[in-house]
Design a protein around this ligand. Structure first.
Ligand SMILES: Cc1cc2nc3c(=O)[nH]c(=O)nc-3n(C[C@H](O)[C@H](O)[C@H](O)COP(=O)(O)OP(=O)(O)OC[C@H]3O[C@@H](n4cnc5c(N)ncnc54)[C@H](O)[C@@H]3O)c2cc1C
Length: 297
């Protein structure tokens, strides 16, 4: 079995397969593992280059941390955040609704609207927050349109946009309204964020210690054949019985020489440059895919 990409998705897939006795090799184009989850030490300071926290709403990641013996290194991140309104920096705790209401960020009329609308929306956000598939029925329009209409433009500007831009680097106009609603579910279920002492890049590094990872190996093309898959690397073609593509969707699309119309449409998703597949969802074929983030089969 070959896994392409030594980011957290590829390494986790490889680790799970390895633990089940499958012989697996990971090909990574750069000189280090982790992809968008790496940490550097700069002047003695820990700098996470991409991902900065893990959510307790991701049960697979917290169980991975335990299995890798890193539980004692698991620390909570600060719940304090800040938003600028009318030139003033307003601080509040994201995990404490009262702190955000009384911080001065919102006007009394806005607090009233937020409380009223949130109460009526409460029943719709009580679902698993790590399974995006369970939110598809609320994926009806973009976040800016939905929140402007349900609450008012202040909601999009001072709460939804800072949250989406801050955590996901996405604008409310280009994001499904299902995402902030899932995050609201995350907050109502008391989930919180954590990281690893020494930086989050310790997680992929710990996974890689158990695996056969080939660095500086760029895959140029992937050609599914009848009983195997042909893979072109800079050193020539190799064959594998099975391949997991664990790279962002647009890059996966470029590697796949032959894709069905359905796969092409799926990989051309414009919501985000990463494609999130929930547990048990199948891209092609009907087999369940154990997926953490952008895993494409
Ligand atoms: C700035 C930033 C902050 C973030 N903050 C958070 C956060 O706080 N919490 C959180 O949960 N998530 C966060 N994320 C998202 C999270 O980092 C990603 O969802 C996750 O790391 C993606 O992992 P991946 O394995 O799917 O992809 P990647 O990390 O992109 O890994 C793909 C790997 O494949 C390799 N690759 C690509 N093409 C090829 C090829 N042709 N041949 C061989 N190898 C190839 C790449 O070099 C890379 O190592 C953040 C992302 C960014 C960018």
């Amino acid at each position: 079995m070959l896994v392409i990409g030594a980011g957290i998705a590829g390494l986790t897939a490889a680790f799970v397969l390895h633990q089940r006795g499958v012989s697996v090799r990971v090909l990574e184009s750069t000189a280090r593992v982790g992809g968008r989850m790496t940490t550097d030490l700069v002047g003695g300071r820990v700098i996470d280059r991409g991902a900065q926290f893990l959510s307790t709403g991701y049960p697979m990641l917290s169980s991975l941390v335990r299995r890798l013996g890193l539980s004692s290194e698991w620390v909570r991140t600060t719940p304090w955040t800040a938003v600028v309104r009318d030139g003033r920096v307003i601080r509040f705790r994201y995990d404490d609704a009262l702190s955000s209401l009384w911080s001065g960020l919102l006007r009394p009329q806005e607090i009233w609207t937020l409380a009223r609308q949130s109460l009526s929306a409460l029943s719709t956000v009580r679902r698993p927050i790590n399974d995006y598939g369970r939110w598809s029925d609320v994926d009806v329009t973009d976040a800016a349109s939905w929140y402007d209409q349900q609450f008012g433009p202040w909601m999009t500007e001072y709460l939804v946009e800072p949250m989406l831009q801050g955590f996901y680097f996405q604008s409310p106009e280009e994001t499904s309204c299902a995402l902030p609603r899932a995050i609201a579910g995350f907050l109502t279920q008391g989930a919180h964020t954590s990281t690893l002492r020494g930086g989050i890049g310790r997680l992929p590094s710990a996974l890689a210690e158990h695996l056969d990872v080939c660095l500086n190996q760029t895959v140029l093309a992937v050609e599914p054949q009848r009983d195997s898959v042909a893979i072109e690397t800079q050193d020539g073609w190799i064959q594998a019985r099975r391949v997991i593509l664990a790279i962002p969707a647009p890059q996966a699309l470029q590697l796949l020489r032959s894709t069905s119309e359905a796969e092409r449409l799926l990989l051309s998703t414009t919501y985000s440059s990463t494609l999130n597949l929930p547990w048990g969802w199948t891209a092609a074929g009907g087999r369940p895919i154990p997926s953490t983030t952008s895993m494409v089969c």
